[in-house]
Design a protein around this ligand. Structure first.
Ligand code: GRF
Length: 202
C-alpha cells in the first residue's frame, strides 16, 4: 500500500499537527502530509509545517467574497494537492457541502469531548459546567452537522481535580496527541470502514 496523502487544515497553534508530523517521522503512519492549509496567516501551525519542510498555504476568508467562494477555493486547493485524507486539526471554520461532497468520508476531525456530549465551541467549559466526571476526546468523520459525523475512536479522561477549562483542556490534549495519530495510522492502513453511522475497525 502506498503512502496516504494527507492535507491538514489548521487555524491555531498546531499541537495536533505536530503530533501527526512526529508520528509520520517515527514511521508510525504510512502517510505523508502534502499540504498544510490555514485560514489565518499567523497560525503557529504554519510555522511548524514550514520548519518541517512541508508545503503550507493560506486562504484568507477576506480574500473570498462569500462563504461559498471560500469553500470553492479551499476545495480546489486541497484537491490539487492530491490529498486522499483531510485532517482537521483545530480548523475553526465549518466546511460546507461543496467541500464535503468532493471528499466523501475522507475528512476527519478531533473534538475535545466525548461526543455526542458537548459539541461545538468551548467543549471543555461545557463539560465542567455540566459537572461530568469523565470527558475526553473523539475522532470522527466530518458530515454536514457540527461534530455530528460517525465516530471512529474515543479516549476517556477523568475530570478529577481540573479546576478550570484550561486545566481540563491540557489533560485532554495529552490524549488527543496519542489518539489522532493512531486513527490516521489505521486509516492509512485501510483498516477503517464506514457503515452508516457505525465505523468498523478491521
Ligand atoms: C484541540 O483541542 C482540538 O480538539 C480542537 O482544537 C484544538 C486544536 O489544538 N478541535 P491544536 O491547534 O492542535 O493545538
Amino acid at each position: 500500500m502506498g503512502k496516504l496523502k494527507i492535507a491538514v487544515l489548521a487555524s491555531g497553534r498546531g499541537s495536533n499537527l505536530q503530533a501527526i508530523m512526529d508520528a509520520i517521522a517515527a514511521d508510525k503512519i504510512n502517510g505523508e502530509i502534502v499540504l498544510i492549509l490555514s485560514d489565518k496567516a499567523d497560525a503557529l501551525a504554519l510555522q511548524k509545517g514550514k520548519d518541517a519542510g512541508i508545503t503550507c498555504d493560506v486562504i484568507l476568508p477576506s480574500a473570498c467574497g462569500s462563504r461559498d467562494d471560500y469553500d470553492k477555493a479551499l476545495t480546489e486547493r486541497v484537491a490539487s494537492s492530491g490529498a486522499q485524507l483531510v485532517v482537521l486539526a483545530g480548523f475553526m471554520r465549518l466546511l460546507s457541502p461543496v467541500f464535503l461532497q468532493r471528499f466523501p468520508n475522507q475528512v476527519v476531525n478531533i473534538h475535545p469531548a466525548l461526543l455526542p456530549s458537548f459539541p461545538g465551541l468551548h467543549a471543555q467549559q461545557q463539560a465542567l459546567d455540566y459537572g461530568v466526571k469523565v470527558s475526553g476526546c473523539t475522532v470522527h468523520f466530518v458530515d454536514m452537522g457540527v461534530d455530528s459525523g460517525p465516530i471512529i475512536a474515543q479516549t476517556p479522561v477523568f475530570v478529577d481535580d481540573a479546576k478550570n477549562a484550561d486545566e481540563l483542556a491540557a489533560k485532554i490534549l495529552v490524549e488527543e496527541h496519542k489518539l489522532y495519530p493512531q486513527v490516521i495510522a489505521m486509516i492509512a492502513d485501510g483498516r477503517v470502514k464506514v457503515c452508516g453511522r457505525t465505523v468498523i475497525i478491521k
